[in-house]
Design a protein around this ligand. Structure first.
Ligand SMILES: NC(=O)C1=CN([C@@H]2O[C@H](COP(=O)(O)OP(=O)(O)OC[C@H]3O[C@@H](n4cnc5c(N)ncnc54)[C@H](OP(=O)(O)O)[C@@H]3O)[C@@H](O)[C@H]2O)C=CC1
Ligand SMILES: O=C1O[C@H](COP(=O)(O)O)[C@@H](O)[C@H](O)[C@H]1O
Length: 490
């Protein structure tokens, strides 16, 4: 378990009535509270709430077993505020200074912008202008995604933020970096010499990263239809997972050493262009389908608030190539989508096959070794090997060596948002994205969007409840590969 610094802090939660706050942030704060973290929270949004009605809203978001809810809720206050109206920040300053004194928070402040991205820059500017971010303690800005919608807009946003906060005060959150098994990738790679030795193009055939979701767009249609799967999931979460798998060993497992190695990977990813875009990337959108229980699922264009001619992609599969010594020629396949058959995040490392050999009768059926990293919902690893078939020296059978976090262990562990908030309180930004990571990641995504604009690539439809369009399978078949099915740990 991560030790928090336990330094007291005043948290300004912008977007306190929103989906993310209600689904993730209040329960994460509750867990921090039960681990003796001292804080008070000011919830901020436009709609009217009293402190009491706000506490009721938070109460509804807490797990039923939350035994310390009364004392926890007493630390929450609500202020109506419109980001676009600087005058509302003036009253916020007075109130926050009062809370600081009442709870002895030493002027330490976290500003969590759980807001639509169009408000990020203005919120930071108004905080500075009102003097709310100028206190004797430390100040940190947690900023949600997406960070801009392309390289240019992300640069503009970054420059605006830097007028109010320094780079080391800006915590660009990517909640995938707070997941237990994502944090385990570095340990698995760098604490195990057997993997360290074979983690390269000589032994690895391909890497497959899947982030599949069963849900549709829900009530985030307005956001999603303007964003699509490429910007919602690939630019951030998938690029982060890919860099953790592909990076060189950092000099130390310290913030800037790790980030430096991740940036080197992003710089080495081959950009897409109009000549390779069709071979390298597939975009899909879900059509009507059914669940395994035979319940009907709507098409994307039949979801609430989606226009019937929308061509937004709800699925992306791609083959990325990394032009460096370690990975030359090894495809990194990625796929992500809404309304797919299973909710799962997993990484499969497929090792190269044996050279032809005369030892086994069933040599054509000897499968490759696979290392599977289960990120969610299961958390664990499996290593697929071939062993002798009982009683038959000439035949092999596949077996899996498995490690799985128990449900009890998972329950007691911090969740991603809790872990990242604790890191922020500790001043540890290792698992947040540095500006240059964001910028290089946008360069890759921009190369895809630009190529799509220049060479119209139609969306391929897939049945809701399936694993994506056929073209996503063909993407791998061209290279003699196939997607490994989503594996469940028994
Ligand atoms: N929801 C999710 O699963 C995820 C969300 N994110 C990111 O988190 C952020 C928040 O998302 P989400 O919670 O879904 O968004 P919502 O639309 O659900 O919530 C937005 C919040 O912002 C407030 N708000 C809107 N306009 C203003 C304004 N002018 N001034 C002050 N407050 C305002 C809203 O309250 P009110 O209307 O009362 O003002 C509401 O509390 C986004 O950046 C999103 O990309 C990231 C990962 C996952
Ligand atoms: O950032 C986002 O992530 C969620 C998926 O997160 P997970 O932890 O449940 O895998 C996704 O639903 C959402 O569209 C996206 O904005």
């Amino acid at each position: 378990m991560i030790e928090t610094s336990k330094e007291p802090v005043l948290i300004f939660l912008f977007g306190a009535t929103g989906d993310l706050a209600r689904r993730k942030l209040y329960s994460a704060l509750y867990r921090l509270y039960t681990r003796d973290q001292e804080f008070a929270v000011i919830g901020l949004a436009r709609r009217a709430h009293t402190d009491e009605s706000f506490r009721d809203l938070i109460n509804d978001s807490l797990p039923s077993e939350a035994g310390q809810r009364k004392h926890f809720l007493a630390r929450f206050y609500y202020k109506r505020l419109d980001i676009t109206r600087p005058e509302s920040f003036a009253t916020l300053k007075k109130f926050s200074d009062e809370l600081d004194t009442r709870y002895q928070l030493h002027g330490n402040r976290i500003f969590y912008l759980s807001l639509a991205p169009c408000y990020f820059a203005e919120a930071a500017k108004n905080l500075k202008k009102a003097g709310i971010s100028a206190t004797p303690g430390w100040k940190r800005l947690i900023i949600e995604k997406p960070f801009g919608h392309n390289l240019e807009s992300s640069k503009e946003l970054n420059e605006s933020l830097l007028h109010a906060f320094k780079e080391d005060e800006i915590y660009r959150i990517d909640h995938y970096l707070g997941k237990e098994m994502v944090q385990n990738i570095e340990v698995l790679r760098f604490a195990n010499p057997i993997f360290e030795a074979i983690w390269n193009r000589r032994y690895i055939s391909n890497v497959q990263i899947t982030l599949s979701e069963t849900l549709g767009v829900g009530d985030r249609a307005n956001y999603y239809d303007q964003t699509g799967a490429l910007l919602d999931m690939v630019q951030n979460h998938i690029m982060q997972l890919l860099t953790l798998v592909a990076m060189e060993p950092p000099t130390r497992l310290e913030t800037n050493d790790v980030r430096y190695e991740k940036v080197k990977v992003l710089k080495a990813i081959r950009p897409m262009n109009i000549n390779n875009i069709v071979e390298q990337i597939v975009r899909g959108q879900y059509a009507r389908g059914i669940t395994p229980e035979r319940e009907k699922l709507p098409a994307y264009i039949d979801e609430n608030n989606i226009s019937s001619d929308s061509e937004t992609e709800t699925f992306v599969a791609a083959r990325f190539l990394i032009d460096n010594y370690r990975w030359q020629g090894v495809p990194f396949y990625i796929r992500t989508g809404k309304r797919m058959a299973k909710k799962s995040t997993q990484i499969v490392i497929q090792f190269k096959k044996l050279p032809k050999n005369p030892y086994f009768h069933n040599i054509n059926h000897v499968g490759p070794n696979l290392l599977v990293i289960y990120i969610s919902p299961d958390e664990g690893l499996s290593l697929k090997l071939n062993v002798k078939e009982n009683g038959n020296a000439g035949n092999t059978v596949p077996i899996s060596l498995k490690f799985r976090n128990s449900e009890l262990a998972m329950e007691n562990m911090q969740d991603a948002y809790e872990r990242l908030m604790a890191d922020c309180i500790n001043g540890d930004s290792t698992n947040f994205t540095r500006w240059d990571e964001v910028a290089y990641s946008w360069e890759i995504v921009d190369s895809i969007v630009d190529s799509w604009k220049k060479r119209r690539v139609p969306v391929d439809y897939y049945e809701a409840g399936s694993m994506g369009p056929n073209s996503a399978d063909e993407l791998l078949e061209k290279n003699g590969h196939h997607w490994w099915p989503i594996m469940q740990m028994e």
